[in-house]
Structure formats: C-alpha cells, structure tokens
Design a binder for this molecule. Structure first.
Ligand code: PEP
Ligand code: MN
Length: 373
C-alpha cells in the first residue's frame, strides 16, 4: 500500500474494515534527531506509512525521561519530508495542540492519563474546535468505558469528525503478566455503543514486554479491531523510555506478517455449514435443559425420601463419589477437570436447594413458611 493511499484513507476516514490492519509504528519517544530519522527510515522500508513518536511524555515518575519537547516537532517534520510518512504525536494540553497543529502533525493522539481527566479533555477539545484533523483517544488508565466514551463525545461536540479509539489496557493493582491488563470487555462495550468508531490496539503498552506483542495483536485481530499502534525503536534495549516493550523494525515485520486476519462474514464460504453447526448447538442446549430438568426432579424425589427417613440432606461421602466419578468420565470425554467440577458444583448446589425446600417448606406469599407436603 502506498503512502498516498494511507493519506486518502485518512482523509476519507476509511480505516475501518479494510483488508489490512491500519498500522501506526514508531518509538515510544523521539530521543534525538538521528534516532527519530533512523526509526522512520527502517519502518518505511517495511511498509509502515504512519509514524508515531512521543515528544511530550506523560511519565508516571518524575525522574524518568519526559520527552524532548517542541524541538521534536522539527524532527517529525523531517520524517515526513524524507520518507513521505504521515506523522503523529501525543498532545496533553492546549499548548501541545497549537504547536502540533502549527507544525503540520497529521494525526494527534490523547494519552491514557489525559483521557482520565475531563477538564484536560475539554480544554483540548476547545483548542481543536472545528479543526479537521484525526484524533485518536487512548482508553483512560482506569477501567471505565464511560470515561472513554465521555472523552470521545467531548471531541465530537467540538466538531472533530475523524475520531478513533486506542485500546492500551488499564492500570491494575494485581500482579499480572501484562503491564496494563487489557480487560477486553471494556473496548468491546465501547464498540457496542459506538459501532462506527475505528478502534486500534496498542499491544506495546498492554503487554509491557516485547514477547507479548504477537499474541495481543492477534487477539485484537480476532476481535475485528481496525488497526494497531506498536512501539518500535532502532535499538530497543537502549531506548530512553519503555525499552522492554519496543521492537526493531525487523521484529515488527515478523509480528505483523504472522497475524491471521479474519473476516466478520467471509465471502465464498458456505454459510449453511455455520447455520448447521448453530442448529446443532441449539438442539444440544435443549437436550441439556431437558436432562437437567429430569436430574432435578430426581433430586426432589430423593429429598422426599430423605425427609421420610429423617436423613440429612448432605451426604458428604456420596457427594465425593459423584464428583470423583464425573471427573474421570469427563476426562474420557475431553472435558477439563475445571469445567466438570464447575458444572457439578452448580448442579449440586441446585439439588441441595431443592431438597432443602422439600425438607423445610418454601416461603409462601406472605413470607410465611409454606409446607410443601
Ligand atoms: C505512549 O503512547 O507512549 C504513551 C505514553 O501511552 P499511554 O498514554 O498509553 O501510557
Ligand atoms: Mn511508551
């Protein structure tokens, strides 16, 4: 794909549902002019058309590298001139917006810490009022779909028409393999509420380490995301920020070429097959419900027996035998122990509840105990 095509796609905001994911790549931070240009040239060579580099860096701790500032805009302009790539950077306040617009930045993005702050977003939206520039909104650091949606709505109200979302994961307290756990249900909810909104995944900030980039990117493709924003650096290990999660252009190429792209409704495929499978699933679900009904009716009969015999409902040895046998039988049927024991636990709980009702009667209309026999 030619850069010219990317420009056209962006101009018409047609990055959704294209045959290829829309890719944005570049270093976490522009560090020096040489590093910025080296990164851009190697990325252009592997076909990347939209370059990213942070120049104002929102760092969590004060003693880390906070970006080169406005001088980086000149380096980005040089990237555009030398490679023809589109250039993008993060803006976090009104000053950034004005400087970026003046410098001819093609795409702006709003960082996760900024999206979490409605005052900051409103100021940025006011500064952008009526401007014709694509703006990508990263999810807020906290797992809140409404806050994300709210930021997008503020920009929409300012007349920005080309808005996209970037999913970069959410801060988590728990230890996790991820730097920012993805909580996929949140971007899915955003997409449900704004179905036409393009959504990109940023596996670099979700994963926090380069080994996770491929699997997170593939998951995003499986969920029909429109594109990816990935951090790439000419010398990843020596990057001044986010070194663990950056990859060389060569590694980035391996990752993007490994991605299996799926379609929502593939053409040329016989849909009857999928319909047949769904029909089968519905049939089995009905059979499952019939069997569960019979299972519970039998449990009720046992409840009546135990009541007459004045036996306890819970018979631990019998229950252990039932669970043990089911696990063994489940394994033979290729069902995991986790799944079998979950199902049987739920069945057992329901059985006990039915038998308890039989033993003690059930609450009547006025809250009085109604004897069931
Ligand atoms: C970044 O893209 O480099 C960045 C700072 O991201 P985030 O806002 O997702 O932390
Ligand atoms: Mn980064």
């Amino acid at each position: 794909m030619e850069v010219q095509l990317a420009i056209k796609k962006l101009a018409d905001w047609e990055i959704v549902n294209t045959e290829k994911p829309f890719l944005i790549a570049g270093p976490c931070s522009a560090e020096t002019e040489e590093q910025t240009l080296a990164s851009a040239h190697e990325l252009r060579k592997i076909g990347i058309e939209v370059f990213r580099a942070g120049i104002w860096k929102p760092r969590t701790r004060p003693d880390s590298f906070e970006g080169v500032g406005s001088i980086g805009l000149k380096w980005l302009q040089k990237v555009k001139k030398e490679t023809g790539m589109l250039i993008s950077t993060e803006v976090a306040n009104v000053k950034h917006v004005y400087e970026a617009l003046r410098a001819g930045i093609d795409i702006l993005w709003i960082g996760a810490r900024t999206t979490a702050n409605p005052f900051a977003i409103q100021e940025i939206a006011d500064a952008l009022h009526g401007m014709d520039i694509p703006v990508l909104v990263k999810n807020p650091v906290n797992p809140d779909a409404d806050l994300w949606l709210g930021a997008i709505e503020r920009l929409q109200k300012a007349g920005i028409t080309r808005i996209g979302a970037i999913h970069r994961g959410f801060s988590g307290f728990d230890h996790s393999i991820y730097r920012n756990p993805p909580s996929w249900q949140i971007p899915i909810e955003l997409k449900r509420r704004l179905p036409d909104l393009p959504i990109l995944c940023d596996p670099s900030h979700i994963g926090g380490k380069r080994e996770l980039l491929q699997s997170i990117s593939q998951k995003a493709m499986d969920l029909n995301y429109d594109g990816l924003m990935i951090e790439s650096h000419p010398d990843p290990d020596n990057a001044w920020s986010d070194a663990r999660q950056q990859v060389s252009a060569a590694s980035l190429q391996v990752i993007t070429e490994s991605l299996v792209l799926r379609q929502v409704k593939p053409e040329g495929i016989n849909y009857d097959t999928l319909e047949d499978l769904r029909f089968k699933i519905d049939k089995y679900d009905n059979e499952l419900l019939d069997i569960l009904q019979k299972r519970m009716e039998t449990a009720e009969a046992i409840g009546k027996y135990k009541k007459r015999a004045n036996m306890t409902i819970l018979q631990p040895s019998r229950w252990e035998e039932v669970v043990g046998n089911s696990l063994k039988k489940g394994r033979k049927r290729n069902l995991s122990d986790r799944f079998t024991s979950k199902i049987f636990k739920a069945i057992h709980e329901e059985s006990i509840s039915k038998q308890t009702t039989i033993m003690n009667g059930e609450p009547g209309v006025n809250g009085h105990i109604k004897k069931s026999e």
